[in-house]
Design a protein around this ligand. Structure first.
Ligand SMILES: [Ca+2]
Ligand SMILES: [Ca+2]
Ligand SMILES: [Ca+2]
Ligand SMILES: [Ca+2]
Length: 414
């Protein structure tokens, strides 16, 4: 074998160098698994403490990861909260990134009953912090690594800043691993809490979707909190049906999907006695010639957030289009939240709705409970292979299953 004699074999060494070079080319500046170095990431020295590079468990029980995300035996970065004060922050700053970056992906671990907050900022060259975070999560998410994908759109070169905030005790270690950047959009993931993640309003329809927090303006219709946080802090998108005509439609168009997209998951809220219809299309043209919906549902479903999963067709240059239809009165607000596009199949049949109602907050991110096998790919490109069999939804706490059945989505009748 080549490798067993490679030290004596110049050809093999040359081959190795070529492969190493190709590997380097496929890496984006800022990609890092933290297994060997910090990849040019730097500690901020204007904050309260530093991030720590760590292997295995953190020093404290009941908080922090027990292993890294990349291989299970590598390194990750985390904030050690044992020796800090409440609200102390530590910032980790990426190398400078070009302005054509459209997607940040990373894995985070927030475990401990006093876990505070992880925030991510972009810092355009020449500007100073703080702006508004482009992504944030608060509180204990359990002893699992979860994936985050964040849409980026910065007009100049920039750096990304990870900021960990210490909570009320030492049980608040927060870790990150396998950070990667891509020049193609994240492909439709959005919790709408910070921005629209590249989603755009259609301007060939009758009205627009609205980003909102808390309740909608009309009583007896619409959600009273978003799905991501279950509170008035997070945001969702909805169609405000007051002031519209019956059958008016509003469409929301996703960024272009990754070519390896296989499953769409989202949460919807359809409450109000004249709730009409929510339709989802997969389209290559944006809003024209939408064809047949890949998912649709009609009528009042009660004041509950429901989960839907839909298998996606393969193809390049495809978009998702969410279309809300206004019913006969103002009591027909329809909301969506926590859209997630996965590279593994849904595991169900096309166009079905999982009759699971979340009454408490859940998160959109995927999680793994043991080391990912897709380690190297995570840092090499945006097209991360998520290990499906080990993926768990972070929806185990406080979720009420309504009968445990699966309901067929109502087909579009028009
Ligand atoms: Ca690692
Ligand atoms: Ca620091
Ligand atoms: Ca519109
Ligand atoms: Ca949300």
């Amino acid at each position: 074998m080549c490798w067993t004699v490679f030290l004596r074999n110049v050809n093999c060494v040359m081959l190795g160098l070529v492969f190493a070079h190709l590997w380097t080319l496929s890496m984006q500046q800022g990609d890092c698994d933290f297994d060997t170095t910090l990849c040019g990431y730097q500690q901020d020295n204007t904050d309260d403490f530093d991030w720590t590079r760590q292997q295995g468990s953190t020093a404290t029980t009941n908080t922090g990861p027990s292993f890294d995300h990349t291989t299970g035996s590598g390194y990750y970065m985390y904030i050690e909260t044992s020796r800090q004060e409440r609200d102390d922050v530590a910032r980790l700053i990426s190398p400078t990134l070009p302005n054509n970056i459209r997607c940040l992906e990373f894995w985070y671990h927030m475990y401990g009953d006093h876990t505070e907050e992880l925030k991510v900022y972009t810092k355009p060259t020449g500007s100073s912090l703080p702006g508004d975070p482009i992504w944030s999560k608060t509180g204990d998410k359990g002893d699992v690594w979860q994936r985050a994908r964040v849409h980026l759109e910065v007009s100049s070169d920039f750096k990304v800043v990870f900021e960990g905030v210490r909570g009320t005790s030492y049980r608040g270690d927060i870790a990150i691993d396998d950070v990667s950047f891509g020049t193609t959009p994240c492909g439709g993931d959005c919790d709408f809490d910070e921005n629209l993640c590249g989603y755009q309003q259609d301007n060939t329809d009758d009205f627009d979707w609205t980003r909102d927090q808390g309740s909608t303006t009309s009583s007896g219709t619409g959600p009273s909190s978003d799905h991501t946080t279950g509170s008035t802090i997070g945001s969702y998108m909805y169609i405000e049906t007051s002031g519209q005509q019956p059958r008016d439609v509003a469409r929301l168009i996703s960024p272009v999907l990754s070519t390896d997209s296989k499953c769409l998951e989202f949460w919807y809220h359809m409450y109000g006695e004249s709730t009409e219809e929510l339709r989802v299309y997969q389209s290559s043209t944006g809003s024209s010639q939408l064809g047949t919906p890949i998912w649709s549902l009609t009528g009042d479903q009660g004041d509950v957030w429901y989960n839907a999963t839909v298998d996606l067709a393969a193809g390049s240059n495809l978009y998702l289009v969410f279309e809300g239809v206004r019913g006969s009165s103002f009591q027909g607000d329809i909301a969506i939240d926590d859209i997630s596009v996965r590279t593994t199949s849904c595991g169900g049949s096309i166009g079905t709705t999982t009759a699971t109602a979340a009454v408490t907050p859940t998160t959109v991110a995927e999680s793994t409970t043991h080391p990912a096998t897709a380690a190297a790919e995570t840092t090499a490109s945006l097209q991360v292979t998520t290990p499906a069999p080990t993926t768990q939804r972070a929806t185990t706490e406080g979720v009420t299953t309504l009968g445990g059945t699966t309901t067929e989505a109502v087909p579009s009748e028009r």
